[in-house]
Design a protein around this ligand. Structure first.
Ligand code: GCO
Ligand code: MG
Length: 402
């Protein structure tokens, strides 16, 4: 089973996606997500200019060897661009292997560890009363877990607050949007939000919150402590993730569970956090975490240290990544929760798939392989548009973490 074609498809059905499609000499195809939000063409070039030619003629069944060949062979290991490109190849090869075996990919990972995948939805609005309405809507649609974000009085545009009911952080244009931030205003306001949500909906629903890397360790410790009465499922990305020792300080002060990892690309990025038990959930995902092969390795390490999974699932991860992630979620022993932000109709039309959402749970496809594809004709109708994630500044104009 040799690879005879490797094609990179860039499309923008409401947002940019990069997809790798591999074809074998016996006519099987496999797809892998290669989208890196705001830096899409760097990965497209990495694949087109450096990897695709190495894939032609390779045995498509040798997933592990191909992973090692691309990882060790580059000499320049890790990093988001490299790991996203390797992930795309790896994901497409698992898709092909599933089709060759006539089995959904989760069967190749050891079969189901659970019936379905619990997901969390997003409520994020400018005011607390609008957030409460959104939470009510999500619970009405069956969600059992909700990530809650709110605008902060005095700050015009901040992370996690939707524009017109749909949250999409990247904006089209030649330059990034600028958002503003005040840690003091945020820390003083956020506990009120959780008090209001618990007042309105009680303690049966899981509540999550994303700080988006904006605090110092001691500020994060204060927030975790202030939120303890509201029993959060997790507090996400409380501090920037480079200084891993910083998490020790948070841990010393609060029992609020901590989730981290959407910007990590390899097991080396999270090894200390896992082995020192500084986090409770690891949020790496298939596309930015080196593919199914590497993500599984990360999750197995996490299982040894009682760290559960909580994969990133924002809309910039394509339906190909979501499909692959659900196969991993349903199979691993230490699954925690999966983020779910539904894609737009245009995106869904470009990526036909058979995973489904029902009553707060998601079900991976039962078709052989991943159960997702790219409709190349539909994709061709949506050419790439330059888009950036926003930058974030303090009120005095200093650059701050986004
Ligand atoms: C999340 C994330 C996203 C990211 C986005 C970056 O928790 O879903 O923080 O909103 O910012 O995916 O590309
Ligand atoms: Mg996040």
């Amino acid at each position: 089973m040799r690879i005879v074609d490797a094609k990179v498809i860039v499309t923008c059905p409401d947002r940019n996606f990069v997809t790798l499609r591999l074809t074998t000499d016996d006519g099987l195809t496999g797809v892998g997500d290669a989208t890196l939000n705001g830096r899409e063409l760097a990965v497209a070039s990495y694949l087109e200019d450096h990897l695709c030619q190495l894939l032609i003629g390779r045995d498509a069944s040798r997933i592990e060897d191909t992973w090692q060949y691309l990882y060790k062979g580059a000499y320049w290991r890790r990093g988001p661009v490299t790991m996203t490109a390797i992930a795309a190849v790896d994901t497409a090869l698992w898709d092909i292997k599933g089709k060759a075996a006539g089995m959904p990919v989760y069967q190749l990972l050891g079969g189901r560890s659970r019936d379905a995948v619990t997901v969390y939805g997003h409520a994020g609005s400018a005011t607390v009363s609008d957030v409460l309405e959104e939470v009510a809507g999500l619970l009405g649609r069956g969600y059992r877990a909700v990530r809650v974000q709110v605008g902060v009085p005095g700050l015009e545009k901040i992370y996690g607050v939707g524009r017109g009911g749909f949250y999409e952080p990247a904006t089209a244009g030649a330059r990034p949007d600028e958002e503003s931030w005040s840690t003091a205003k945020y820390l003083n306001f956020v506990p009120e939000l959780f008090a209001a949500v618990r007042d309105g909906f009680g303690y049966d629903v899981h509540l999550l919150h994303d700080v988006h890397h904006r605090l110092t360790p001691i500020e994060a410790a204060r927030l975790g402590k202030a939120l303890e009465p509201y029993g959060l499922f997790w507090l996400e990305d409380p501090i920037s993730e480079e200084l891993q020792e910083g998490f020790r300080l948070i841990r010393r002060h609060t029992t609020t569970p901590i989730a981290v990892g959407e910007v990590y690309n390899s097991i080396w990025d999270c090894r200390q956090l896992i082995t020192e038990q500084l986090i409770d959930y690891i949020r790496m995902d298939v596309v930015h975490g080196g593919g199914i092969t590497h993500l599984r390795r990360v999750f197995d390490l996490a299982a040894l240290y009682h760290v559960r999974t909580g994969s990133h699932g924002a809309t910039d991860l394509s339906p190909v990544c979501l499909a692959a992630g659900l196969h991993v979620d349903v199979a691993v022993p230490n699954f925690g929760i999966q983020e779910y932000m539904p894609h737009t109709d245009a995106t869904n039309a470009v990526f036909p798939h058979s995973y489904r959402f029902e009553d707060g749970l998601m079900y991976p496809s039962e078709e052989p392989g991943l159960g997702v594809d790219i409709d190349e004709e539909a994709a061709a109708e949506y050419p790439y548009r330059q888009a950036y994630l926003p930058v974030n500044r303090l009120e005095d104009g200093s650059m701050h973490d986004w």
